[in-house]
Design a protein around this ligand. Structure first.
Ligand code: ZN
Ligand code: ZN
Length: 138
């Protein structure tokens, strides 16, 4: 019993550690692909269960960018996101908290609801895609 428990928590720890050091906002499939290198006999279902458990415990966060996949984010410091409309890459965006607060306060004036927080999702073209386009023009 103890042995099984240790194994489970070790799996979760490995997944958590991976996300702490990954800034790509991976899907469950991508996490599974990387974790398999460390724990070859782990299943996709186990990875999925652990990700959801970590998210429920607020150790990681789930991210929905509207592409039909759930992305996972190990960074819990308040931040926002930029998604490239060409390649789908997700990047972190830091916005000064006082600006965010002002934005929420302004928005609050237009609403009867109690607005607590905002998750901003910026769209556009990433540096990599801009450079790729330039290369093709030459
Ligand atoms: Zn891109
Ligand atoms: Zn993020």
């Amino acid at each position: 019993m103890t042995k099984i428990k240790t194994r489970y928590s070790k799996q979760r720890e490995t997944i958590y550690h991976f996300l702490q050091n990954d800034y790509s906002h991976p899907t469950v499939e991508t996490v599974y692909f990387h974790i398999k290198k460390t724990i070859p006999d782990i299943s996709l279902g186990t990875v999925y269960r652990n990700l959801n458990l970590l998210a429920d415990q607020k150790k990681i966060r789930r991210l929905d960018i509207g592409d039909g996949c759930v992305h996972y984010d190990g960074q819990m410091i308040p931040h926002h996101h930029f998604v490239c409309d060409v390649c789908g890459q997700i990047q972190d965006i830091q916005i000064d908290e006082s600006i965010v607060r002002d934005f929420i306060d302004e928005t609050q004036k237009t609403s009867q609801d109690d607005i607590k927080d905002v998750d901003m999702l910026f769209h556009g073209k990433c540096q990599h895609c801009i450079n790729k386009e330039k290369e093709h023009q030459h």
